[in-house]
Write a protein that binds this ligand. Structure first.
Ligand code: UDP
Length: 353
């Protein structure tokens, strides 16, 4: 059997790494052909993940990035179609909610190749998010929808997707966090900071709704500043360029570092006091590592964490951001809401049928 995996962005490298390992472990006869669309191309947003997480080098690198959503998606579909025709895989495997996800799914569907979507069923119910459009469309053309949570299953049922296509497998990111926790590595931090490291707050900001809106970005930076705590911010390239474009200063309590590899990120998460983020993956990792999360968004796909009281949605409300960071607490949950840590094996098993 041949499976063609389409990936292109940081969180997809992490998710694919555990599924690729599962293929090698339990189905070594499967040939996995990896296509990297090139959506993320910087060394610290791409290469480091292939190196550290031991993902096989991509069989194809499309080198498509830097354009608009429409340009990127269109160019990806064209190139992917050619590759799929040549490889003729039994499955196309796509992850998450990026332009690469949608392009992979569309190219396959038009060629009548079945699509399996890992992390299906998530909804923010905010159609202004490009990610939401990518998710909804991908889910409606996939043959197997691999959902991480019961809520994901319910979202798909509500949209009329047939029950037999929906498979509850848990979250492959939970598998990743378990596997890589013992391999976590402390990153190089500026002198002086590493001594008081257990007191820091870890922050990531990269969603377009926050970075591309000057007022929102300003409010968020003010909220981080007003919290008066030491913050470590591995800065996404998009956020870096928007801060420069809007001529915003970095508050003194924020230590900006370059984006880190996953092993260093896991260390930073596991050793932080609180995590502040607009990332989907980082919200879950906060829970995996027992940290309270302050989410700088108006809504989240991971509603179960909010319902459990360990993730607070604060939008771009400056006062609420500062207060929530200061007061955030984690209370342990009994059940594991993201599966048993064997999701990748379940994905591979399902593709065999
Ligand atoms: N991540 C990382 N280095 C960083 C920031 C994030 O390895 O400097 C990881 C993080 O641990 C998580 C994933 O990237 O596993 C999340 O990716 P991102 O926030 O870009 O996307 P999202 O999850 O919002 O789709």
């Amino acid at each position: 059997m041949k499976v063609l995996t389409v990936i292109g962005a940081r969180p997809q490298f992490i998710k694919a790494s555990v599924v690729s390992r599962a293929f090698k472990d339990i189905r070594p006869d499967v040939r996995e052909v990896i296509v990297h669309t090139g959506q993320h191309y910087d060394a610290n947003m791409s290469d480091v993940f292939f190196d550290e997480l031991c993902i096989s080098r991509p069989d194809y690198n499309l080198g498509i990035g830097g354009g608009t959503h429409g340009q990127n998606t269109g160019r990806m579909i064209e190139k992917l179609e050619g590759i799929m025709k040549k490889i003729q895989p039994q499955w196309v495997l796509v992850y998450g909610d990026t332009d690469s996800t949608l392009a992979g799914a569309l190219a396959a569907a038009k060629l009548d190749i079945p699509v399996a979507h890992v992390e299906a069923g998530l909804r923010s119910f905010n159609r202004k998010m490009p990610e939401e459009i990518n998710r909804v469309l991908t889910d409606h053309i996939a043959q197997i929808l691999l959902v991480p949570t019961e809520i994901g299953r319910q979202n798909l049922r509500n949209e009329g997707i047939a029950d037999e296509k929906i498979k509850l497998v848990g979250d492959v990111m939970y598998d990743a966090s378990l596997y890589y926790k013992s391999k976590a590595r402390k990153p190089q931090l500026p002198i002086g900071l590493s001594d008081k490291v257990s007191e820091y707050v870890l922050c990531t900001i990269h969603r377009a709704e926050n970075t591309d809106n000057r007022q929102r970005l300003t409010n968020i930076l003010h909220g981080l500043s007003d919290s008066n705590v030491q913050i470590i911010l591995p800065l996404h390239p998009r956020t870096r360029s928007k801060i420069a474009e809007f001529d915003l200063g970095i508050p003194e309590n924020i230590c900006v570092i370059d984006p880190v590899g996953y092993l260093e990120m896991v260390w930073l998460e596991a050793n932080s006091r609180v995590i502040v983020t607009d990332s989907g993956g980082v919200q879950k990792e906060a829970y995996f590592f027992g940290k309270p999360c302050v989410t700088i968004r108006d809504e989240t796909e991971w509603v179960e964490l909010v319902d459990a009281g360990i993730n607070q949605l604060v939008g771009d409300d400056t006062n609420l951001i500062a207060k929530s960071i200061r007061e955030a607490k984690f209370s342990l949950l009994n059940s594991n809401i993201y599966g048993q840590g064997n999701s990748a094996n379940m994905v591979v098993d399902l593709l065999n049928q």
